[in-house]
Design a protein around this ligand. Structure first.
Ligand SMILES: *Cc1c(COP(=O)(O)O)cnc(C)c1O
Length: 402
């Protein structure tokens, strides 16, 4: 990223950062470089430790021009120094955990976070000799209470998938700094534009680029964004040695998607707000959780920390049986909205998530934590990712099943 890109607005950055017309052909659109190796014009060493920021491209796992283009675009959009792209959002999470933590270290992880991340932290990290405390981060004091002398990493997720609960990112960053630990946060629900996590003091921001950043449901990818030093450390170990790097083709697709992220996110937000308000007015809907609604239990925090509340809504329809029967009706009758997992795409997606099932598989919560969770979910929620279709059409589609 050239320095003057830092002063551009988000739409200009989304389109131009990381890209420039091709020096030899003048092509205006970015090239897709699939080459796995690069011809050297000098004698280079053969270890990750020889790489610096100006080392030319050597081998695709160390760096690739198309992947670099996306990394620079995402760093610019997030307002950070650097970015490492990974094969998926999960590869971003495992890259952070397995690079920054080792035997004898302690990590504090949000008790509710992406199911795969929760399971990784519950099952894999302890096997590596890493101790993990799971805390409800909607109360920052719980994070303070969980600190130990060997706490190295605090991992939050806000808004948390799937329940839309928030964590105070500024407060948790301060707690981490005071404890000489790093604060990483999963910003997938917010995208790089939904909250300025760098200004809030977060050290590392991870995204599933499969979601809002790519935005079209056709490429898996992940990103970790932060200071040049931290990203360089992650690139050496997680990128080059663990090897979960992003393919150039996916980087090219995701970069094309990212170019319209600011425009899409505005629309996701405005349409989601309209739909959330409509849901609140339906007698069959018992609770709606959307950070842009004044009824969200943390609306004030959402207002102070989020710059865009994006398009993720959770809603309840009563007891378990009611939820299951409406889920079945959705599978049969929805004409536009796809009944499918994932989120952040131009197509709207909806999925039924049962509280008891998630408790057993992913979230193994204590009694108090389960109580806080249930305040958001009851027996279960529909997770709705509001896409870019006409809002009236989406409401009509929902109206026939609710
Ligand atoms: C989807 C998701 C992930 C995992 O990303 P993949 O690209 O599917 O590996 C991580 N965190 C959150 C919040 C997600 O929604």
């Amino acid at each position: 990223m050239t320095d003057d890109h830092r002063t551009f607005g988000p739409m200009t950055k989304a389109i131009h950062s990381g890209e420039e017309p091709d020096a030899t052909t003048g092509a205006s659109a970015p090239a897709l470089h699939l080459s796995s190796t690069f011809v050297s014009d000098s004698v280079e060493g053969f270890s990750a430790h020889n790489i610096t920021e100006d080392t030319p491209y050597v081998y695709g796992r160390w760096g690739n021009p198309t992947v670099t283009m996306l990394e620079n675009k995402l760093a610019a959009l997030q307002g950070a120094e650097a970015c490492l792209c990974t094969a998926s959002g999960m590869a971003a999470a495992s890259s952070m955990f397995l690079t920054l933590l080792g035997q004898g270290d302690h990590a504090i992880v949000s008790d509710v976070c992406y199911a795969g991340v929760a399971e990784l932290a519950h099952d894999t990290l302890p096997r590596m000799g890493i101790e993990v405390s799971f805390v409800d981060m909607s109360q920052s004091s719980n994070v303070v209470a969980a600190l130990k002398s060997n706490t190295r990493l605090i991992h939050s997720e806000s808004p948390a998938n799937p329940i839309g609960r928030l964590s105070d990112l500024r407060a948790i960053s301060e707690i981490a700094r005071g404890a000489h630990a790093l604060h990483s946060t999963d910003s997938t629900f917010a995208s790089p534009l939904g909250q300025d996590s760098i200004a809030l003091g977060v050290d590392l921001i991870m995204h599933s680029a499969t979601k809002y950043i790519g935005g079209h449901g056709d490429a898996l990818g992940g990103a970790i964004i932060g200071s040049s030093d931290l990203i360089q450390t992650l690139r050496f170990e997680a990128g080059i040695h663990h090897g979960g790097i992003l393919s150039p083709f996916n980087a090219w697709l995701i970069s094309r998607g990212a170019a319209t992220l600011p425009l899409r996110l505005e629309r996701h937000q405005s349409s989601a707000l309209t739909i959330a308000q409509w849901l609140e007015s339906q007698s069959s809907v018992t609770k709606v959780i959307y950070p842009g609604l004044p009824s969200h239990p943390q609306y004030k925090l959402a207002q102070s920390q989020m710059t865009n509340t994006s398009g993720m809504i959770a809603f309840q329809v009563g007891d378990l049986a009611k939820g299951q029967s409406i889920a079945n009706a959705m599978i049969e009758k929805l004409a536009i909205i796809h009944y499918a997992v994932s989120l952040g795409h131009h197509r709207s997606l909806i999925y039924w998530m049962e509280t008891e099932e998630l408790m057993k598989t992913s979230f193994r919560l204590t009694k108090d934590q389960a109580k806080s969770y249930r305040e958001f979910t009851g027996d279960g929620i529909f997770r709705l990712s509001v896409g870019l279709e006409d809002t009236d059409d989406l409401i009509a589609d929902l109206a026939q099943v609710l």
